[in-house]
Design a protein around this ligand. Structure first.
Ligand code: SF4
Length: 468
């Protein structure tokens, strides 16, 4: 279905589009303004006409328009959304701000529920995350010149069905991976001079090497990259050093020894699901037994802070599959668990396949992949939250993305003291992040709240050419 929105002026278009998409995630949404009067009149599918009145205060006008639109869409669909009319990716910013202003729990919960129509359970979750974030952040240096380091390694053993990260199969790039490591090292050396000239120190607060899957590099390449990071930057006071080792099929005792030698404090070994049929369907190229083996190997290597990621809403997964994954993970006892809601983004193979199916058959259910339904719900997310609580974990960071199944969220749970500080810093935009590598996005966070970004070319070939 193509849903049309006719507006009498060109204001708040992004907010209106996001809110309508939250109710109709699988449909096209077209916005028509005054200039599009003819196209609006010709729109054949569902059409909403919205009158934006004259206003003096933009924020108040936007909120009252969103409330009105939320109620209209909620009445039309007969549904309420877990996060109400909040369509942004950082809902925890609201309780964080209110806590900072001295508001009490009751006041914050009723504000979220009454002013934004957030469900009681989601409001409670946002508040818990805000409280735990404050706890983790206590004593962390957050002045304008403080910063964290991110290094991107854009290679994976294979590309997952839902992936939209900047990543390519290592099989294709293995012969140029050394060149890539050299280019990242050069980029760090060059940028360091500029950063020192700006009055920053060479000492990041946290280090995060992500991707892709950094452990697709060989032992020697990993050793060179981590040695260079150590000699270019001062890591002696770094509070946390994470390397994503997400794909179990990329790990070996030798690579884990390299990470250990360089002082890496936290790694992730990500199952996404412990059901083999689903793993095969989503193109992971490994089994649940491989996850268990890689995890045991990492414990054996001495890692005492291991995160595991899982995704809810994967094709064909029902409550019984989720229960099975949670049961196995509970036995494994990771230190943190990040629970994602599947997001079907435009650039993913999953979305392209669905679109092709749909073009072939206009009646096809948009929520189907190979005839399998993929849905997520508040009750499944709550199941994961209960399991995390049974593992003595608490929710400590949360974010949302576009096109998430069930309109839900991604939540990081952790036992106390094993939280990922970097995740909070980047998600709440509390500190500048200097990022290196193809597709890496450097974010400058200024004391007055301004944020600026610069992004490296996502395409590895272009990145390598520019860094010559
Ligand atoms: S492991 Fe992550 S980055 Fe790599 S292909 Fe899968 S989703 Fe993408």
């Amino acid at each position: 279905m193509n849903i049309g929105i006719c507006l009498n002026r060109n204001d708040f278009m992004y907010d209106i589009h996001s809110l309508v998409k939250s109710f109709f995630p699988d449909d096209e949404v077209s916005i028509y303004t005054e200039e599009d009067e003819k196209r609006c009149a010709e729109h054949r599918d569902l059409l909403f006409e919205i009158e934006i009145p004259e206003y003096t205060d933009r924020k108040t006008a936007k909120n009252s328009l969103k409330k009105e639109l939320y109620n209209l869409l909620s009445d039309y669909t007969g549904r309420k959304l877990p996060w109400g009319m909040l369509s942004g990716i950082r809902p925890v910013k609201i309780p964080m701000k209110l806590l900072g202003e001295g508001a009490g729990d009751r006041e914050i919960l009723s504000y979220l529920q009454e002013d934004y129509f957030v469900s009681p359970r989601r409001a409670e979750l946002a508040l818990q995350v805000a409280v735990n974030e404050r706890d983790v952040l206590a004593g962390v240096p957050l002045d304008e010149k403080s910063w964290s380091l991110y290094i991107h390694v854009p290679f994976c053993p294979s590309i997952c069905l839902y992936c939209t990260f900047s990543s390519s199969p290592i099989g294709v790039w293995a012969s140029r991976a050394d060149e890539y490591v050299d280019a990242v090292i050069r980029e760090m050396e060059e940028r360091k001079e500029l950063m020192l000239a700006e009055g920053r120190s060479a000492a990041p607060v946290t280090v995060y090497i992500g991707g892709g899957t950094p452990t697709t590099l060989t032992e020697d390449q990993l050793d060179r990259l981590l040695s260079a990071a150590e000699s270019i930057w001062d890591l002696s006071h770094c509070l946390e050093y994470t390397v994503e080792a997400g794909r179990p099929d990329s790990l070996s005792p030798g690579k884990l020894a390299v990470l250990k030698k360089h002082g890496v404090t936290r790694i992730s070994v990500n199952p996404q699901t412990m059901n083999d049929d689903t793993l095969a369907l989503i193109g992971r190229g490994h089994t649940a037994a491989d996850v268990s083996r890689a995890y045991a190997m990492a414990r054996e290597a001495g890692f005492d802070n291991i995160n595991m990621d899982m995704i809810l809403g994967l094709p064909g997964e029902e409550e019984s599959h989720v229960r099975n994954t949670l049961r196995i993970l509970k036995d494994m006892k990771p230190d943190s668990l990040t629970v994602h809601s599947l997001a079907v983004k435009r650039a993913s193979r999953l979305r392209r396949t669905i679109r092709e199916d749909r073009e072939a058959d206009r009646n096809a259910d948009y929520g189907n992949y190979g005839g399998l339904v993929f849905e997520n719900s508040e009750s499944l997310m709550d199941l994961a939250a209960e399991a995390a609580s049974e593992m003595q974990m608490r929710p400590y960071y949360l974010y949302r993305q576009k096109n998430m199944r069930g309109n839900l969220e991604n939540t990081g749970f952790s036992v106390k003291g094993r939280e990922c500080l970097y995740n909070i810093l980047i998600m709440e935009e509390l500190q500048s992040i200097f990022a290196f590598g193809a597709g890496a996005s450097t974010k400058y966070v200024y004391a007055d709240g301004r944020i600026e970004r610069t992004v490296s070319p996502k395409d590895v070939k272009t990145y390598l050419e520019r860094r010559k």
